[in-house]
Design a protein around this ligand. Sequence first.
Ligand SMILES: Nc1nc2c(ncn2[C@@H]2O[C@H](COP(=O)(O)OP(=O)(O)OP(=O)(O)O)[C@@H](O)[C@H]2O)c(=O)[nH]1
Ligand SMILES: [Zn+2]
Length: 209
Amino acid sequence: MIYQPEIKPNQPQNDIEVRHVATCRLPTEWGEFQMHGFEEVISGQDHVALTMGDVNHGEPVLTRVHSECLTGDALFSQRCDCGPQLQAAMQAIQAQGRGCIVYLRQEGRGIGLINKIRAYQLQDQGMDTVEANVALGLPVDARNFVLARNILRFLHITDITLMTNNPQKVETLQDAGINVVAREPLIVGLNRENEAYLQTKHDKLGHML
Ligand SMILES: Nc1nc2c(ncn2[C@@H]2O[C@H](COP(=O)(O)OP(=O)(O)OP(=O)(O)O)[C@@H](O)[C@H]2O)c(=O)[nH]1
Ligand SMILES: [Zn+2]
C-alpha cells in the first residue's frame, strides 16, 4: 500500500527561482565535470549541478537529480543507498562521456540534517523512515523538484534520461516541464543495515526496487 497523503500532494510545487553564480572545473575519480553553483533568489540556499560533455545538443542527457545526504554521500553511512547511487551515477556519466548531476541541498528529503538525525533516533527505536517523520510532525517528503527544472533550464537541458528508482520523482519532473524520455534504475549499495529501509521505500514510497 503506497502511503499517499503526505507523499503525493496533488498541487503543483512552488516555483523556486535560482540564479547561477559561477562555474568551475571539478576533476573527480570519474573524470572531469563542470560544476555550476546556484543560489535560491529568496533564501540564498545553494545547490550545484555537475555536467560532463556537450549537454546542449543531441540525445537526451543522462541525468541524476540527487538529494543531499551528508551521512550517505560524505560519511559512508550504510543506513541508506545514497552514496553508492551518487557514485554509480557519476560512473555512468563518465562511461557515456556526457551527462548531468543536479545536486539539491534538500537534506533528509527536505527536513534538514538535524531533523533527519531526530528521525534516525526514532528509527533506532523501531520506527520506519515514514513513521519517524510522521511522529515528528514533519512531511514524509518535503523536497521541491521544480528547483531541478529551473537548474536544468539554465543549463539548456530539456530532454533527460533520469537515473532513479522513484517514479514520483519522474512524475514531478514531468509535471514541472522536463521531458523525461526514459528512466534508468539505480539499484546499488544494498547491505544488511539498509535492508529494512529499502523495503519500506518499496512498500510505502513506491520505489521500484
Ligand atoms: N527524513 C529522512 N530522510 C532520509 C532518510 N534516509 C535518507 N533520507 C534522505 O532521502 C533523500 C534521498 O531520497 P531517497 O528516498 O533515498 O531516494 P529518492 O531521491 O527519492 O529516489 P532515487 O532517485 O531512487 O534515489 C536524501 O535527502 C537523504 O538524506 C530517512 O530515514 N529519513
Ligand atoms: Zn542517504
